[in-house]
Design a protein around this ligand. Structure first.
Ligand code: EPU
Length: 341
């Protein structure tokens, strides 16, 4: 087996979708569990702190990285098993998410179409429990393989240990920097049923006049909706939604509605209410505004963008200014969604 290749002084600009400048002192690419184990046993790397990098679509880099940056590039997609009520499909953590979703549809194994076009890798999807248009990663999750960065042991983890929440999991907390996800398995229920409850998807369906869409049609509608309001990171640097949608008590929501009757809100099954952070930021007048080269996207105020050559501190200055004005008007502290490093 070839030795692990250590790269030093590596620019991370091409490896984060916001296009922020930062340098990794050391970067190691891992393509298998064995690579991760060799890193754990390595005399120089074994004890060093690690930062695990997937597609770089959910990080804001504000400084150079003294930790060892572990770039996860585990490849491969396969059908694990097919039963009467599900297809179980597996993908290497380094596979690009959208390509994997497209591949499952081409194979005739639908169920991930609502999550089309989300940037990033398969291995990053569980970290923040990606979600869009009525489906969350956890709704299709079966299990994942990970290697412990201290013991070098491979483990298979199920949903309860992963502790998925809204844009959250154990990999953002107790297992942050501790565990490298190498493979993820999905359970895609049979028979397939479209999830069309999200207002904009329902609107697309109504416009098309189609009553029984195919998975590919739903996939295309999701791609159209995303392209119409979210910037393509290949063209404009961004990390998707910059803040989480805050969840408040029914009483707090009534209070806010009293002052701002137009606020977009969604009652949740447990009696709490989710508020649309994008609406609040928009209402504070931020859409299209900039601080330095960091800006608020013109078509979706929840997305911050790189107008060209932005640095991490500019992005965070803009984010703080937004947080302050939303707090000033609504009394709510917005939490950032990407990991700020
Ligand atoms: N809105 C405004 N002005 C804005 C932005 C939004 O008024 O500038 C209003 C919209 O009109 C809509 C509501 O706010 O009524 C919600 O907006 P949208 O449907 O665009 O969804 P979101 O809540 O902003 C969330 C996810 C997205 C996901 C979409 C669709 C979070 C933090 N974001 O956005 O996920 O694609 O729903 O399901 O939950 C991501 O996590 O990076 C991401 C893009």
């Amino acid at each position: 087996m070839p030795p692990l290749r250590l790269e030093h002084g590596v620019s991370l600009k091409p490896y984060n979708t916001f296009g922020l400048p930062a340098v990794a002192h050391t970067l190691v690419r891992v393509t298998s569990d064995a690579d991760v184990r060799r890193m754990v046993d390595h005399p120089e790397l074994g004890r060093s702190a690690k930062f695990i990098l997937g597609g770089g679509s959910n990080i804001i880099l504000t400084r150079d990285m003294p930790q060892v940056v572990v770039k996860v590039e585990v490849p491969g997609c396969r059908l694990v098993r097919e039963t009467e009520d599900a297809w179980v499909v597996e993908a290497g953590a380094g596979e690009p998410w959208h390509g994997f979703v497209d591949w499952t549809l081409r194979q005739g194994w639908p169920g991930l179409e609502n999550l089309a076009l989300i940037p990033g890798t398969v291995g990053a999807a569980p970290v923040q429990n990606i979600g869009a248009y009525g489906v969350e990663f956890k709704d299709r999750f079966e299990s994942l393989d990970a290697v412990d960065l201290v013991t070098g042991r491979s483990v298979t983890l199920g949903a309860s240990i992963c502790a998925f929440g809204y844009r959250d999991s154990v990999f953002k907390h107790a297992l942050a920097g501790r565990s490298v996800i190498t493979r993820v398995r999905f359970r895609l229920p049979r028979p397939w049923q479209p999830v069309l409850g999200y207002l904009e998807l329902e609107r697309k369906r109504a416009e098309s006049g189609i009553t029984d869409p195919t998975p590919r049609q739903v996939f295309d509608w999701v791609c159209d909706i995303r392209r119409s309001k979210l910037p393509d990171p290949g063209q404009v640097g961004n990390a998707g939604s910059f803040f989480k949608n805050p969840v408040v008590s029914a009483e707090q929501c009534r209070d806010i509605i009293g002052r701002d009757p137009g606020i977009v809100h969604y009652p949740l099954p447990d009696g709490t209410v989710k508020l649309a952070a994008g609406w609040m930021i928009d209402a504070c007048g931020w859409k299209g505004k900039s601080i330095g080269q960091a800006g608020v996207y013109e078509k979706q105020a929840l997305v911050l963008v790189n107008r060209g050559g932005a640095i991490g501190s500019e992005v965070m200055t803009l984010a703080q200014a937004i947080q302050e004005s939303v707090y000033g008007r609504f009394g709510i502290r917005l939490e950032t969604e990407p990991v700020v490093v």
